[in-house]
Write a protein that binds this ligand. Sequence first.
Ligand code: C5P
Length: 300
Amino acid sequence: MSSVTVRVPAKVNVQLSVGPLREDGFHDLVNVFHAVSIFDEVAAKESESITVAVTGDWADQVPVDDENLAIRAARALAKHAGRGYGADLVIRKAIPVAGGMAGGSADAAGALVACNELWGLGLPVEDLMEIAADLGSDVPFSLMGGTALGTGRGERLTELPTAGTFHWTFATAHGGLSTPRVYAECDRLRAAAMAEVPWPEPDADLVAALRAGDPHALGRRLSNDLQPAALTLRPALATTLEAGRRLGALGAIVSGSGPTCAFLAEDAAHATRLARAIPESAPTRTTTAAHGPTPGATIL
Ligand code: C5P
């Protein structure tokens, strides 16, 4: 095997309930992940050392040094296998960078699957999941895909049953938001409000809406505890959410830590209409119609 290409989906969180700040600096979550059809591709080629290059939309905003999550993933896998393997990684980027859609996590998951194959390691997915959890809270879900309940930091996953296909529109913004900064702002707002932070619990109505494939019910139950923090840091996102609501979106939320906004549509045609019309009244970088759930990291 001289070259392997892996396709990895973006995610939106249909429920993101953030518990109290833990001693390790993370928050316990109830994080309902849903994989959607915006994909990065990670290609791995035989090489002496581990390198990365990035092409496509957003390429200029991705670090190609030791910060790059795909490089860190390939190194962690080589270490796990106990040998100095090499790979030239090429990432074709379509998932927004620092956009709240797990783009970095997708690239890490893609690198794990591609290098496992390229190096002939044959590690089972359970091993990849463990390495993934050390790389970042969202990386295990990027491997798994579909729709899943994440607890702990978000890395402990249980698949959730869904029916049919949900149609979405995503509006990206100019400039990203740093995830640690958004969590810190969430803590700051909560401290200022002196509000008790409840232990996060899965929303039974949301889980039922996913199981039934009912976009109207799902749209009413979308929730994201990071949204007030993202809106404080980026007030213009309120205009974007409002534009989608006025155009009949069934639900409108900030995706994860933002600044991408997610709109649930009635069907594929409605998603396309939202993607065309939202930029007419809101400051977006791009809009894309997509659908979910989609599979996790897959070898092409
Ligand atoms: O795990 P990951 O590297 O993606 O997390 C990035 C940052 O997001 C963490 O350093 C932390 O500030 C915040 N985070 C958190 N609680 C979580 C997940 C992430 O506070 N459950």
